[in-house]
Write a protein that binds this ligand. Structure first.
Ligand SMILES: Nc1ncnc2c1ncn2[C@@H]1O[C@H](COP(=O)(O)OP(=O)(O)OP(=O)(O)O)[C@@H](O)[C@H]1O
Ligand SMILES: [Mg+2]
Length: 463
């Protein structure tokens, strides 16, 4: 170990240095507190042994200064015979120190040095462990400790370097775009562009030109040649969001890009070479989209060389606390607030919700709560009104639905609002299981999905 010995008295200091070096330690010496601080800048001591009474900076000041500096090596304080009580009371509250009365009993000192060194080792190891822990459960901007998300992380790490197409599926708000960005940033293409195109947001007539570009005069209004997303993402990643909303003819052209890396601009003759990696996402379950004729089966197989399926948030409740923690952290930075983690009761409340809007809905709720709270512990009263009550998790017998009292449904309220409240409450009781909730509500799962989607669309527009 590296030991720093601080004593103004040469007659004390030199023998001490000799003894400690004799035990096999590397030593350095300082003649007072200020000198010790100087030496510590070059000499990373594992343990400090210091006298108390010294000119310039004495031992007490040295201890105080060490404390203020944050991390400091464990320190053994040598006190004059009979002054131990005084030393203890003076240093009281400074903590982290060991005391030894003079004249120094060398075997006691040896033992203390060993113990202090072991303590320092533990502290360091603990810090490393904590850092390690904070890294676990995070991949790029993705947070998740659940088994399901850990599997997603490992898949992302595996596929990222390959350049193969990736299909990401999952309900709205489960993090499909974040996963796509993670695939890009962990790939050798990270420095080239990531271009995202939302196929659902584009008018059908424009989709092709947006993806493949067009030549001047290709159609009315095509006054200039225009680069498509494929060209813009050259060398990088093209993210095709909501790919099942892409017109089926366009899907055929996309398939060609995936198979032979060839394409033509709209209205163009020349064959161009596509140097992009395609990552696609959809919140429609592919089998349903294929059956409905919205997604070409051949494109689906080509895209899903790697298929990453994101589970709904209600199926990974362990992720809620770490997600809330990381959201609070980034929101505090965004708004300059000083909000801290909610207690277990509030977390339980959050875990009990159905989270039909998944992580996006959680983020919206936490964002509102952080703004409302401003500082201090986040709690249920900061959450949006509908989030403040625990939901009953016991599944009612479908034949005997439980009372709707307490739900806040009032005579004269719009039917849609009442319906939404009823759907949310039923989903809550069904533990987020949509098939069961739909059965209880007496509607098809498809209808329930459609209603939830419409509800989410509203929320997105509000946001
Ligand atoms: N695992 C996660 N860790 C941290 N934040 C997440 C995670 N998943 C989602 N989010 C956050 O939730 C919000 C929605 O994520 P994202 O846009 O990636 O979802 P999506 O699946 O693409 O949704 P949609 O289908 O509606 O487009 C974003 O604010 C995103 O940062
Ligand atoms: Mg998205």
């Amino acid at each position: 170990m590296k030991i720093l010995i601080v004593d103004d008295d040469k007659l004390q200091r030199d023998p001490l240095v000799a003894i400690v070096s004799g035990w096999g330690h590397e030593t350095a010496a300082a003649i007072h507190g200020a000198h010790a601080l100087e030496v510590l800048e070059r000499f990373r001591a594992d343990v400090i042994v210091t006298d108390l009474k010294m000119p310039r900076m004495d031992g007490f000041d040295l201890l105080r200064r060490l404390r203020e500096s944050g991390e400091f090596p464990p320190t053994i304080v040598l006190t004059a015979f009979g002054s131990l009580d005084l030393a203890l009371s003076t240093v009281h509250g400074l903590g982290g120190f060991w005391f030894l009365e003079k004249p120094v009993n060398t075997s006691a000192l040896e033992l203390l040095i060993e113990r202090a060194g072991a303590h320092a080792h533990l502290v360091r190891e603990n810090q490393l462990l904590r850092r390690d822990l904070s890294f676990r459960g995070v991949l790029c901007d993705l947070v998740g400790v659940s088994k399901a998300m850990q599997e997603v992380f490992s898949l992302v790490r595996t596929v990222a370097p390959t350049g193969a197409p990736v299909l990401i599926t999952g309900e709205s708000g489960t993090g499909k775009e974040l996963v796509a960005r993670a695939v890009h940033s962990l790939s050798p293409r990270a420095k080239a562009p990531f271009v995202a195109l939302n196929c659902a947001a584009l008018p059908e007539a424009l989709v092709e030109s947006e993806i493949f570009g067009h030549e001047k005069g290709a159609f009315t209004g095509a006054l200039e040649r225009r680069m498509g997303a494929i060209e813009m993402a050259e060398g990088g990643t093209l993210f095709l969001d909501e790919v099942a909303e892409m017109p089926v003819q366009t899907q055929a052209k996309l398939l060609r890009v995936l198979q032979d890396f060839r394409y033509r601009r709209v209205g163009g003759q020349q064959e161009l070479c596509a140097g992009v990696r395609v990552v696609a996402a959809t919140n429609r379950p592919p089998p349903e989209a294929i059956a409905a004729g919205r997604l070409r089966e051949d494109l689906f197989y080509r895209l899903s060389v790697f298929h990453i399926a994101l589970p709904p948030l209600s199926q990974r409740k362990e992720d809620i606390a770490p997600l809330v923690e990381s959201m609070i952290h980034s929101l505090n930075q965004k708004y300059g607030t000083r909000v801290t983690m909610p207690g277990e009761a509030t977390l339980e409340l959050l875990r009990a919700r159905p989270w039909a809007g998944n992580v996006r809905e959680l983020r919206n709720a936490v964002e509102r709560a952080v703004i409302v709270a401003g500082e201090g512990e986040l709690s249920a009263r900061h959450l949006p009104p509908g989030y403040r009550q625990t939901q009953n998790h016991v599944m009612p017998n479908p034949a005997a639905p439980s009372e709707a009292s307490g739900l806040g449904i009032r005579v004269g309220m719009p039917v849609e609002e009442a319906e939404r409240i009823l759907i949310e409450a039923t989903l809550g009781q069904a533990g987020g299981n949509k098939t069961r909730a739909a059965a209880v509500l007496g509607i098809s799962t498809k209808t329930l999905h459609a209603k939830l989607r419409a509800y989410l669309g509203e929320k997105k527009r509000e946001a």
